[in-house]
Ligand binder design. Structure first.
Ligand SMILES: [Zn+2]
Length: 289
């Protein structure tokens, strides 16, 4: 009897904690939204920590989020919805202009053309217009974890995009690439290099998506309190209604819908929450004579 009551108690307490995370996120989202639209924000001494009161540097009712021009850099068609759907949906909802640069057609199984079409369908569901989507077809950037992508080539593509579209925010993978795919990691390495070399446009912020353990990865919404309590520089969380859109976007990638992808849709925590770490961007090197 005692065990039964304890299980019920833990279940209720955990359900309440998840509801609390959603409640706090809805309260804090305006501040987070302003954080990404405020290039003057400095990272390092004010990590996003939900248990702490937020910095007064944020302007709760600011309209500046409308000026945010975000670029998501991915390696393959389906990365956008598998890993970044919560961020895309929240940014689009906040009136940010969202661009996608996908550095390959995902041609590993010679399905590049189909996957490109599926990507456009997925982006339409997520709210990214087709003229904001660029898919690179370059033999030097194959969908292949065994091939090391050229840093120089990836750099030039990202720089071209950030300059052409006046990008103020770049989102991508972190050093573990979420799934450990070498193409994901190559993008992180390139962006880290660009940031440390001061080659990105002034005021451009970069956030890398936290890779987490396999146990946390497949806990679905049950993982939310853990992500919420651990420090991060930026966070996007979506509810059941937005999850349905993320799921619909995933289903657009028909060529990839194997049984384990269907399980991923049900159990992946990335379908509900994205937590990011800021990559420190150095200001441009200025020569003084
Ligand atoms: Zn990928």
């Amino acid at each position: 009897m005692f065990v039964f009551v304890s299980i019920i108690f833990v279940f209720v307490a955990y359900t309440v904690s998840i509801k609390f995370v959603y409640y706090r996120f809805s309260q804090l989202w305006p501040q987070l939204r302003n954080k990404i639209s405020n290039p003057s924000y400095t990272f390092g001494d004010a990590h996003f920590c939900p248990t702490q009161k937020r910095s007064g540097a944020f302007l709760p009712n600011s309209e500046t989020a409308n000026e945010t021009r975000a670029l998501l850099v991915t390696a393959h068609p389906d990365d956008e919805c598998m890993f970044f759907a919560p961020s895309i949906l929240k940014l689009v909802e906040s009136q940010a202009s969202v661009y996608l640069l996908c550095l390959s057609t995902g041609n590993y199984n010679n399905q590049g053309l189909q996957r490109k079409r599926e990507l456009l369908d997925s982006c339409a569901v997520l709210g990214i217009p087709s003229d904001h989507v660029t898919v690179i077809e370059d033999k030097e950037l194959p969908d292949d974890p065994a091939v090391q992508w050229s840093t120089a080539l990836v750099s030039s593509l990202i720089l071209k995009h950030t300059q052409n579209y006046g990008i103020s925010l770049v989102l991508t993978f972190d050093g573990r690439g979420v799934s450990g795919h070498a193409n994901h990691i190559a993008i992180y390495k390139t962006l880290s290099h660009l940031a440390s070399a001061g080659r990105l446009p002034e005021g451009c912020q970069i956030f890398s998506l936290h890779s987490i353990s396999i146990l946390r990865k497949y806990l679905s919404v049950l993982e939310l309190p853990v992500s919420w309590l651990l420090p991060s520089d930026f966070c996007c969380l979506i509810g059941p209604k937005e999850y349905k859109r993320a799921k619909k976007a995933m289903l657009c990638h028909r060529s990839q819908l194997l049984w384990f992808r269907r399980l991923y849709i049900l159990f992946s925590r990335y379908m509900f929450i994205n937590t990011f770490q800021a990559i420190v961007v150095e200001t441009k090197n200025v020569k003084i004579y």
